[in-house]
Design a protein around this ligand. Sequence first.
Ligand code: ATP
Length: 268
Amino acid sequence: MTDALHTPGPGNSPTQVAAQASAGPAAATQPRDTLLELSDLHVFYGNIEALKGISLNVGRGEVVTLIGSNGAGKSTTLRAISGTHKPRSGTVRLAGNEIQDLPAHEIVALGIAHSPEGRKVFSRMSVYENLQMGAFSRKGERIDADIERVYDLFPRLKERRSQKAGTLSGGEQQMLAMGRALMAQPSILLLDEPSMGLSPILTEQIFAIISSINEQGTTVLLVEQNALMALNAAHRGYVIQTGKIILADTAANLASNEQVRQAYLGEI
Ligand code: ATP
């Protein structure tokens, strides 16, 4: 997909894509089977309006990325979905049902897991205990079998299973935050800045794992400042700027879009 950066094709001009976005996501960017749908979401912190009418959708089985600069509203969008910061108006629908007024623990139980920015693992608990905590919304057995599955994805966590989470490296804590979110058996995983603070090699590994999580059937909504990695991993993407969606398109088209390349891919 990186090739798309060097071969901007016809039909991807900034004007065209911007026009599509202003008319709502283009037909080509509408999923067939919508799992998550945000409509006209307005979110405030006190008097500050962080999201100014965000609408987006994520299809079952997709990886969708939300890219944008610092403070654009990416994390706030994920918080509004997971119920950790309630929107003032607008709707969040999961499989057609409105969830924006439900408490966060009910939203987890419905199948939305949030791996927040800055990892936020339980530092005094072991790796194993953190993973067990991730299954708090589930009643069933099979929790140990699922922990084994997380260990298959992240063998490093298995090696460190008895270690206190606070003593793990940054990359290992990121793996644990993702593994813990997966323990909720989500239908959709919200990932906030999974590459933050990681070396290029670890970042590559984390993105490879995101792809295998998706191949195993989990839908992913990914927030990233590393726009190139995110667009390489995603099927579709949205660009957010000061609380508004300014572009929506396939990941390949966004990666070859001049506007995106200049603003978010570090090209001048
Ligand atoms: P970053 O990658 O820097 O976190 P972001 O795109 O995720 O950027 P948000 O964290 O969603 O952006 O922030 C959106 C806006 O809301 C910013 O103006 C930010 O300053 C503000 N904001 C975020 N969290 C809070 C908070 N807890 N209290 C007040 N304002 C906040």
